[in-house]
Write a protein that binds this ligand. Sequence first.
Ligand SMILES: NC(=O)c1ccc[n+]([C@@H]2O[C@H](COP(=O)([O-])OP(=O)(O)OC[C@H]3O[C@@H](n4cnc5c(N)ncnc54)[C@H](O)[C@@H]3O)[C@@H](O)[C@H]2O)c1
Length: 280
Amino acid sequence: MANNILKGKRGIIFGALDSKSIAWKVAEHAHAEGAKFVLTNAPIALRMGTINVLAEKTNSVVIPADATNMEDLTALYKGAMKELGGKIDFVLHSIGMSVNVRKGKAYYEQNYDWTIKGYDVSALSFHKTMQAAWDLDALNEWGSVLGLSYIAAQRVFHTYNDMADNKAVLESIARSFGYHYGLRRNVRVNTISQSPTDTTAGSGVSGFDGFYRFANDLSPLGNASADDCADYCISLFSDYTKKVTMQNLFHDGGFSFTGMSETAMDSYLKIMEDERKDKK
Ligand SMILES: NC(=O)c1ccc[n+]([C@@H]2O[C@H](COP(=O)([O-])OP(=O)(O)OC[C@H]3O[C@@H](n4cnc5c(N)ncnc54)[C@H](O)[C@@H]3O)[C@@H](O)[C@H]2O)c1
């Protein structure tokens, strides 16, 4: 389906850990659409993951950077501009991590050191990736910056924990930086609110399989896959979406605006019928 719509564009893609990662799919699709880009991830993730396979496949280089560290980010932009031969047209921030979630702490029993770490990695790093670019004037006119969010920013998903707060801040940063970068360089900044997706970060949330099934049952189009998400990202990096900015864009098969569906209702009716039978 590739149409070369990113031909001539230079990008930086954060967050490809393994072949399930949303960022991995975005890199594959961006390559197919003619973009040149640098891949990046935290140094520890580079040791654990398989990013070099992706780099080879997409003819790109890997520059390590901890997205919470401004020195790393500055070196990343400088390295990327040198490697790609000019300023950057698109940035994908596909990063998330909560220590509280990882360690099984509930929302009401947070370890605040872990909360602050998760906030820095999952939300503030989005601001840092843009401020580092701003300081170097590293983004081209009509560039596009994207972060990935989840609907727990608006509605409660009981085990999503402090990541819900981080996503709310992430979306707010997209609006605020989108305003300033829009004025300065016509750069657009958006977040995509993606369906539950079977990745390392996604499946780390307790009850992930239930969230996935519930969302799929409620969505008229079914859950959006990582590949679907990559297609949407490509459209937002392309010149076809130049005036879309400061938005949180739901990419979830219709989940966010569905109150009840036939499939979900059938499941409840079945449970109620079973309960009635048990009572007899
Ligand atoms: N999987 C889902 O269900 C789902 C749904 C909606 C949104 N998202 C969001 O999509 C994004 C990508 O997650 P994914 O599902 O592809 O999982 P993933 O685990 O493959 O990707 C998360 C990435 O964050 C990177 N990362 C963590 N700390 C970092 C740091 N300090 N510096 C740089 N990178 C760091 C990890 O190394 C990893 O590559 C996240 O923001 C996630 O919250 C995921």
